[in-house]
Design a protein around this ligand. Structure first.
Ligand code: HBI
Ligand code: FE
Length: 297
């Protein structure tokens, strides 16, 4: 969820029941594909065409490939049933519709069973670049293409299982940071350069360029405990991006017992979003100009 956590569900376009009172215990709803208006499809088309032009040379090859292998096109908001038909035989995932952010434990329960909750609503035309909470463009354009990648497919399921456990251990914030700096805002290093794979970036017209081209943010080699300690921004571009070797590196994390890591990182001081450590594998030291300018503005 590349969004502020306390956002009231912005149920634009499709009334999906009273916000906050789900019809079903698992918060799923029908996508209501037939009820999308022409304006909803037009908003999707604008977002899709802008973003698709940006991604070659910036998104990792697995993302581009996944997009090509799925029924995700410009003219219409994708039908979740069609997406699930392709995903299920490949990586066992399906897409379920939800009206917006759902409680953490509901979210984790779905992921643990390879059900990806996707918002069925789409943002308003006048709010193309700032999103209060994950809409169908963020969730489907941003997240779904990599659900075809076996490593990411396993990692997100493990995140769901780990999330339920982390809640019991009282360390959800540490695990949520790992998700944030990988699934939402992660970069990886291909043989031909850095590429984005995080959904929060892949679905953002502005952050797609910022994360790779701006001199302002740090770019640092991903290290699990370091990331678990690192706070993040939910209201603006990230101040630091973490870089993994390739998506298979995510698989290594699914085999680690996080409990001892929670104890160690829980006892260590939180690292501010823009801070660098002497132990960091620094790829780019940012000049921080973007965020300094935002502070003084
Ligand atoms: N709900 N629909 C939805 N999508 C998300 O990405 C999401 C959520 N609820 C909780 C959540 N994300 C995060 O707070 C967890 O990853 C911690
Ligand atoms: Fe997301």
């Amino acid at each position: 969820a590349a969004a502020s956590k306390d956002a009231a569900p912005a149920l634009h376009g499709l009334a999906a029941g009273e916000a906050g009172r789900p019809e079903r215990a698992d918060w799923t709803i029908d996508q209501g594909w037939e009820r999308y208006s022409d304006a909803d499809h037009a908003t999707w088309k604008t977002l899709f065409e802008r973003q698709t032009r940006l991604l070659p040379g910036r998104a990792c090859r697995e993302f581009v490939q996944g997009m090509q292998e799925l029924p995700i096109g410009a003219d219409q908001i994708p039908d979740f049933r069609r997406l699930s038909e392709v995903l299920m035989p490949r990586t066992g995932w399906q897409i379920v519709a939800v009206p917006g952010l759902v409680p953490d434990d509901v979210f984790f329960e779905h992921l643990a069973h390879r059900r990806f909750p996707a918002g069925n609503f789409i943002r308003r035309p006048q709010e193309l670049d700032y999103l209060q909470e994950p809409d169908v463009f963020h969730d489907v354009f941003g997240h779904v293409p990599l659900l075809l990648n076996p490593a990411m497919a396993d990692f997100i399921q493990a995140y769901g299982e780990g999330g339920l456990r982390a809640q019991r251990l009282g360390h959800l914030s540490h695990l949520a940071r790992v998700y944030w700096y990988t699934v939402e805002f992660g970069l990886l290093r291909q043989d031909d350069g850095l590429r984005l794979y995080g959904a929060g970036i892949a679905s953002s017209f502005t952050e797609t360029r910022f994360c790779l081209e701006s001199p302002s943010p740090n770019r640092v080699r991903f290290e699990l405990e370091r990331v678990m300690r690192t706070d993040y921004r939910i209201d603006d571009f990230q101040e630091t991006y973490f870089v993994i070797r390739d998506l298979d590196e995510l698989l290594e994390f699914t085999r680690i017992d996080f409990a001892p890591l929670y104890d160690r990182t829980g006892a260590a001081p939180v690292i501010a979003p823009g801070e660098l450590l002497a132990s960091d594998g620094v790829i780019d030291r940012g000049d921080g100009a973007y965020h300094r300018a935002r502070q003084s503005a």
